[in-house]
Design a protein around this ligand. Structure first.
Ligand code: PEP
Length: 253
């Protein structure tokens, strides 16, 4: 991993103010692991509170609306998230693509809005089990990214991609190192094609899907893996920072 590994927690729809103690513990531990960039995306309701308390970690959101303001009941714009202290937004997560019918072009519009608001974007992609079984996983993921990534000047400065096979999310069945390496290498080639060699090579590609402290070292050691997007194991400081520790050890080795 040439750049600092990026370890991002996605708390999904978990966490009330009682979880702020975990955020504090993650922040304290992150101050002892400066070789690793640690970030957390709590639910909207906790963004400002985590932002106010965190000295080291970045706080982000799990979605945003493509518009800036207006009659969109229940939605939140990237500008509002930035105002609350969010520094990044996870976009195109499979749970949103599935349960909110988010298309690639909708995700792309959101990415443009987030980058315009000065936020970082973590663009998720990943295939369902049926697609993997059919042998078309790579084609699917590359097409999904082609249609979801924004073509904007300097987009790569604030961009990361997260490869998250749907069948690996929350199941305990992570992808194999070989599958991760193959997919991340294909994603890297696409990034270089879309953004040029220099900029396309800088974008970190995270792996997500049942990463835990026991498998992190192996999974994060796969080719072209620049970090991890972590769901379940990010909900406690102990397990989340176990993953960050593994990422730091790879840096040292
Ligand atoms: C996720 O949903 O982003 C994720 C990676 O979840 P988990 O780590 O629980 O598989």
């Amino acid at each position: 991993m040439p750049q600092r590994p990026y370890i991002v927690g996605n708390w999904k729809m978990n966490g009330t103010r009682a979880m702020l103690s975990e955020a504090r513990a993650i922040d304290r531990a992150a101050q002892r692991h400066m070789k690793v960039e640690v970030a957390v995306a709590p639910p909207y309701t906790l963004i400002h509170a985590v932002h106010r308390e965190a000295a080291q970690i970045a706080v982000g959101a799990q979605d945003c609306h493509p518009g800036q303001e207006g009659p969109h009941t229940g939605d939140i714009s990237a500008t509002m998230l930035a105002d609350a202290g969010a520094k990044f937004v996870i976009l195109g997560h499979s749970e949103r693509r599935e349960s909110h019918n988010e298309s690639n072009s909708c995700v792309q519009d959101k990415a443009r809005a987030a980058l315009d608001a000065g936020m970082r974007v973590i663009m998720c992609c990943g295939e369902a089990d049926k697609i993997r079984q059919s042998g078309k996983a790579e084609d699917f993921v590359i097409q999904q990214l082609r249609e979801s990534l924004p073509a904007m000047e300097n987009a790569t400065e604030n961009l990361a991609v997260a490869y998250e096979p749907i069948w690996a999310i929350g199941t305990g069945n992570s992808a194999t190192v070989d599958d991760i390496s193959a997919m991340h290498t294909a994603i890297r080639a696409l990034l270089v094609e879309l953004y040029g060699v220099e900029e396309g090579s800088e974008v970190r590609i995270l792996y997500g899907g049942s990463v835990n402290p026991d498998n992190a070292r192996e999974l994060l050691g796969a080719d072209e893996v620049g970090g991890a997007l972590v769901g379940g194991a990010s909900l406690t400081a102990d397990s989340f920072m176990g993953i960050a520790l593994a990422a730091g050890e790879i840096q040292d080795s």
